[in-house]
Design a protein around this ligand. Structure first.
Ligand code: FAD
Length: 357
């Protein structure tokens, strides 16, 4: 394979939210310049890939393909709203007030969701499940209908009243959770990132230090690729046409996630409605921010913050990112065909240390 870089676009099943990040893998990583292993597959209605730029030397490392799938399947079995028997689906069906024993992993993700909900002033809110369904996204999208007209205002208001993270209670010491009223929890904006973190933890535990992990466009890198260079990923131009590179960023032991309005949306009466819901209005976000990418040590946090800042929009989102010192890259539409970009100060400082050849 040549050294040319290629754009590997994350393909998910038709009609599903496509990952926003394009993976630039310098083909050198699969050249003879260094050891290279690639594992890929489908899960959670999207794709995953694990690239390791090291020799696999012991039995556990040689079992990597199997253990990767086991880890991803465990997250799916716990946090899917597409599986009726997942932990999350069972919690969503338990009568309000009743405690449920849950896994430490689900406690970790629900607790992080509570934290980012507070820090994002409510913009990240995993109780949006029913509104996501009302607007025609999520599990029901495949089964029941593809929305072609606006939901009734009464239905929006009805569900808006049920929204709110105060509807979830956790007992972290005992790994217990309960809904205190009929909220429906949806982890689509954080659990893929969490799956990436779980894979990264596993690779680290196996003694591997040079890898790039991706699930549905959420990525996390460690060390170097097979050419001894930092892993570099691309951010897609926020347009319907796929595979157009807009920017590239080196991941130096960082994760990255992107949220935007140009892949998974509805068009009703000629207007576009994104799959990201603003919990303050119960309507899909409506602003000029086309996509927002967040770099973070944790892919779960990057995933959740990308959605939170997408809700807050180009002004409020950028101001909060600056206040919290988040590494953020925004692509903002200033008219139909041109874009402005905004980098937080932390992102600019990080990017100044780009490693060149
Ligand atoms: P992101 O941009 O990362 O998040 C948008 C999603 O987050 C929305 O779709 C909505 O669900 C939710 N959301 C919207 N607004 C907010 C808000 N304000 N705060 C918090 N969350 C919000 N899809 C399938 O078709 N089949 C499957 O079997 C399947 N299984 C899955 C299992 C798991 C564990 C997960 C996490 C997802 C699964 N999915 C499945 C969904 C799919 O993988 C994507 O997660 C989904 O399409 C959105 O991906 P995204 O990266 O575009 O969304």
């Amino acid at each position: 394979m040549s050294l040319a870089s290629f754009w590997h676009q994350q393909q998910t099943k038709p009609g599903l939210a496509l990952a926003f990040l394009l993976l630039i893998t310098v083909l050198g990583s699969c050249s003879t310049e260094g050891p290279y292993h690639l594992y890929r597959g489908d899960i959670m209605g999207t794709t995953y890939s694990v690239q390791v730029a090291e020799h696999l030397v012991n039995p556990e490392q040689l079992q990597l393909e199997q253990s990767v799938l086991e880890i991803l399947s465990a997250v799916d079995a716990s946090m899917s709203t597409y599986k009726p028997d997942s932990e999350l689906s069972r919690l969503n069906r338990l009568p309000p007030g009743e405690w449920m024993q849950i896994s430490a992993e689900l406690v970790e993700v629900l607790s992080l969701s509570q934290k980012i909900n507070r820090q994002s002033q409510g913009a990240f809110d995993i109780t949006v499940g029913p509104l996501v369904a009302l607007w025609g996204f999520g599990p029901q999208q495949q089964k029941e209908y593809r929305r072609e007209e606006l939901p009734a205002d009464s239905a929006i208001q009805q569900l808006h009243k049920q929204l709110g993270m105060d509807g979830l209670e956790l007992d972290k010491a005992e790994n217990l959770a309960r809904r205190v009223r009929d909220v429906q929890l949806d982890l689509s904006a954080i659990a893929k990132g969490y799956a990436v973190d779980q894979l990264a933890r596993h690779l680290f535990k196996l003694g591997l230090r040079n890898y790039l992990v991706e699930v549905g466009g959420e990525l996390r890198a460690s060390g170097k690729n097979a050419r001894g260079r930092p892993w570099t990923v691309g951010i897609e131009k926020p347009e319907l046409q796929r595979g157009i590179a807009f920017a590239a960023v080196q991941l130096r032991n960082k994760a990255i996630a992107t949220s935007g309005d140009y892949r998974n949306f509805l068009t009703i009466d000629g207007k576009r409605y994104s799959h990201t819901i603003d919990p303050r209005t119960a309507w899909p976000v409506n602003h000029a921010l086309a996509s927002v990418s967040v770099l973070h040590d944790s892919a779960a946090a990057a995933d959740a913050w990308a959605t939170a800042l997408n809700v807050l929009g180009p002004e409020q989102g950028f101001a909060l990112a600056e206040k919290l010192g988040l590494l953020v890259f925004m692509i903002v539409r200033d008219d139909e065909n041109t874009y402005l970009t905004r980098e937080s100060a932390a992102f600019s400082a990080y990017n100044q240390n780009t490693v060149t050849d």
